[in-house]
Design a protein around this ligand. Sequence first.
Ligand SMILES: NC(=O)c1ccc[n+]([C@@H]2O[C@H](COP(=O)([O-])OP(=O)(O)OC[C@H]3O[C@@H](n4cnc5c(N)ncnc54)[C@H](OP(=O)(O)O)[C@@H]3O)[C@@H](O)[C@H]2O)c1
Length: 279
Amino acid sequence: MKILITGSAGQLGKELLKILPERHQVIGYGRDMDVTDYAQVVAKVADARPDLIIHCAALTNVDFCETNPEVNYRVNTLGTENVALAAQKLQASLVYISTDYVFDGEKGSPYLEYDLPRPLNHYGLAKLAGERIIESLLDHYFIVRTSWLYNKEGKNFVSAMLRLAKEKDELRVVNDQIGTPTYAPDLAQCISKLIETDYYGIYHASNEGSCSWYDFAREILELAGFKKVRVIPITSEEYGSPTKRPKYSVLDNFCSRERGIFQMRDYRSALKEFFQCYN
Ligand SMILES: NC(=O)c1ccc[n+]([C@@H]2O[C@H](COP(=O)([O-])OP(=O)(O)OC[C@H]3O[C@@H](n4cnc5c(N)ncnc54)[C@H](OP(=O)(O)O)[C@@H]3O)[C@@H](O)[C@H]2O)c1
């Protein structure tokens, strides 16, 4: 297959660029294809003539999206519409990466693909609007919702904890939001399996298991060998972010499990591998 990746310099895009060329012809665009520029997107996609587009480009800083809603909707929603329209012109299929933040966190047990979304913040609203646009424009799409993504390079919770642990003796970390950290190379593997199928639709794809940000911070520091740094659990209110986040956003990878497409390992096992590669 000929595959075009948007956001190919990001955490997930980079992983896809590493693994997909084994079986496919792959072209990656970073900021050199600005997804907010409709004419540019259509021209570049038409030039590449992909069979499949994997749309990873997004603004992922949730607090920035909350305080800059117009930029958020411009990139995360209209940008997605531009990519979907370009795919539609060529009858290419599309993979869109969405988020656990489409849910409100009230369910209290893992979210299935069929649960009703109700985002609490602008980032979640913009990503959900992107899902809706794709569903209305395209027949052949995979919407892949993931959560708490991290990788070796990139701005993520793991890199933030490692940086802060070098600077401080004490870290205050939110303990009342539960979710699942997902290792970008694991997600890339899942996507590579999914695109071999024609089971289009919505998929949840997070590592297995769940934890709070506080639990995760402790696991990171332990594996990284920061024995003297104290981690203090705090509430979301005490943290004081401008953004409301779901208290519980664990995803159940129900559809892929039922269809036997991919299975994710436990997040702890992925984190251990991350540190083996990191050290
Ligand atoms: N990160 C998470 O925790 C998380 C959780 C759930 C779902 N997701 C979704 O997973 C996907 C991949 O996330 P990720 O963590 O790999 O994100 P990432 O590392 O932030 O990568 C996104 C890439 O998109 C680029 N980008 C931003 N605006 C653009 C524009 N107008 N045109 C072209 N490229 C643009 C970014 O460039 P700059 O770096 O220059 O801004 C960045 O390289 C996204 O769709 C995200 O919404 C992420």
